[in-house]
Design a binder for this molecule. Structure first.
Ligand SMILES: CC(C)(COP(=O)(O)OP(=O)(O)OC[C@H]1O[C@@H](n2cnc3c(N)ncnc32)[C@H](O)[C@@H]1OP(=O)(O)O)[C@@H](O)C(=O)NCCC(=O)NCCS
Length: 212
């Protein structure tokens, strides 16, 4: 029977999640040689995983069909934030030395990444939580899996008294899903990293929802 299950992320899922993310954002192929695409996506995945407190996987017949990484302030101790710094710096170092694939301009890439992160901080209101990384397998979209993953995260948010959840998204992602789910667009800006990757001026959006 094709029953949908949910469980916590396990290290062994990394490869599959990177595949799902590459499939969701094929634009990443413009950054590195084709053999290195899964590697750079693994770095992106790892940075986002470390920065999250909620790591949920959706499976059908033990096959991973989606995941949502999220962050809730109330689930994150100060010490967790400190602990995350060293592995993140290590990943950035490995990006620079090419261990996650041969980026043609690693320093420009990192500069654009930081510029986008700054804008996300600048344009996001004070919220108690955020959706960090969220993908459903393209073969399983439109079946309510994304909605279920989102609602489970929002349920947790409610349990810990979070009032508002934000998400950074863009035209290269399915931002309309958030509008369908009742989120409102709070801000828009020229996204340095997406513009660099996409080679045309590309926006970034901040959406928010109140936790009910
Ligand atoms: C966003 C994403 C996770 C949604 O997953 P999904 O499983 O296809 O979504 P669901 O089937 O649960 O859709 C829930 C509802 O949103 C609607 N919806 C989804 N995409 C939509 C779109 N582009 N426009 C309008 N409505 C949309 C569905 O029709 C459904 O409506 P309903 O509740 O009335 O039936 C998936 O599209 C995805 O992985 N996209 C690529 C990665 C991405 O963009 N992630 C978000 C990054 S911030």
């Amino acid at each position: 029977m094709n029953t949908l299950h949910f469980r916590n992320f396990q290290k062994k899922d990394t490869q599959r999640l990177a595949e799902l993310a590459v499939d969701a954002w094929p634009i990443v192929s413009s950054l590195v040689p084709v053999d290195d695409i899964p590697k750079i996506m693994k770095a992106y995945l790892e940075i986002n995983r470390i920065g999250s407190t909620w790591h949920e996987i959706a499976t059908i017949n033990d096959r991973v069909v989606g995941f949502l990484f999220g962050k809730l302030e109330q689930d994150q101790q100060f010490i967790d934030k400190i602990r995350a710094i060293i592995p993140n710096l290590y990943i950035l170092f490995k990006i620079i030395i090419g261990r996650y694939g041969r980026l043609s301009e690693p320093f420009i890439f990192l500069e654009k990444l930081f510029a986008t992160e700054q804008k996300v901080l600048q344009y996001t209101p004070k919220a108690e939580g955020e959706i960090v990384l969220f993908v459903v397998d393209s073969e399983h979209r439109g079946k309510g899996i994304g909605k279920a993953l989102l609602n489970r995260f929002l349920h947790r948010a409610k349990l810990v008294n979070a009032k508002m959840i934000s998400v950074y998204t863009d035209p290269l992602s399915n931002w309309k899903f958030y509008e369908r789910m009742g989120f409102e667009r709070y801000g828009a800006f020229i996204d340095d990293l997406n513009t660099y990757i996409n080679k045309v001026k590309t926006e970034g959006f901040i959406y928010i929802t109140l936790v009910q």
